[in-house]
Design a protein around this ligand. Sequence first.
Ligand code: SAM
Length: 321
Amino acid sequence: MSNALERLQDLEPSTQEFRDAVLAGLGQRQRTLPCKFFYDAEGSRLFDQICELPEYYPTRTELALLADRAGEIADLIGPRARLVEFGSGAGIKIRLLLKALDRPAAYVPVDISREHLMMAAADLARDFPKLQIAPICADYTKPFALPASSGLQPQTTVGFFPGSTIGNFTAVEARAFLTRARRLLGPGSSMVVGVDLHKDEKILVPAYDDAAGVTAAFNLNLLVRINRELGADFALDQFAHEARWNDALGRIEMHLVSRSDQMVHIGASCFGFRAGETIHTENSHKYTLDQFRAMAVETGYTPRAAWTDAAGLFSVHMLDA
Ligand SMILES: C[S@@+](CC[C@H](N)C(=O)[O-])C[C@H]1O[C@@H](n2cnc3c(N)ncnc32)[C@H](O)[C@@H]1O
């Protein structure tokens, strides 16, 4: 392992937090489960497979956009930047920026999925041996601190939030996240955010309900995880994956639909499901360029630049704090 890879700062949510969130979500009238808990080791592996699917346009579109614009983004960022990536996953996209940047000072990947984060950080340390890498396993919706800078003294701090993961938040949650990120990164920092754009439902729905069934397996894996970690008895063949477009709220919703009237036990708690009743597991909000810019301004940023692909599928925004 490279010396430049620092020890993991481990703030992974506890099993008790997971249990509390699951019981609270399933106790609601419209049952919900927080999408952040999709990402155990298997969930992260399935997400990486989703990124390769023909229907899943966001990853390849954002990668191409970043590859095209990396030089321009690097010029705007300037030398010796410390990069903080929220929801860093497999750490593929950051490589494009790291290669284009002038002497990047440090990279702080933040992700809730601990094993996946450690593997991705080790891979990156092998490929960028001089880069200081300080991984943090944390829920970025909760407070955490950046490590005291070691290695090169950073000249600027830049947040990177690709993958349209911001779309998983409601507007209220997205504003809260952007505000918290601005405070965490500090004065003079900036944010580079990947944001998926509004488009035809015929493109959107298959992106979240692919023919090979990988997204279905990803959605159902949440029940597998609850069974394993919380001692529940969800019958996996009694729930079906569904992706639907909610036009009023401008978002794709993923649900798990109960195929029958059934009872599910989680420890001492018991939940009755009617056939057709759903558990709402994820939102993916879509934006226009102006909607996202307005949100950035409301949360204290100055939009600096925005790039889209030729087909107008996806956008990357640079915001100054
Ligand atoms: C949609 S994936 C995007 C992955 C990668 N950034 C990309 O663009 O392909 C979301 C990533 O954020 C992480 N994540 C989701 N919710 C999180 C949370 N509340 N706190 C920290 N990480 C989270 C997941 O583990 C996953 O790696």
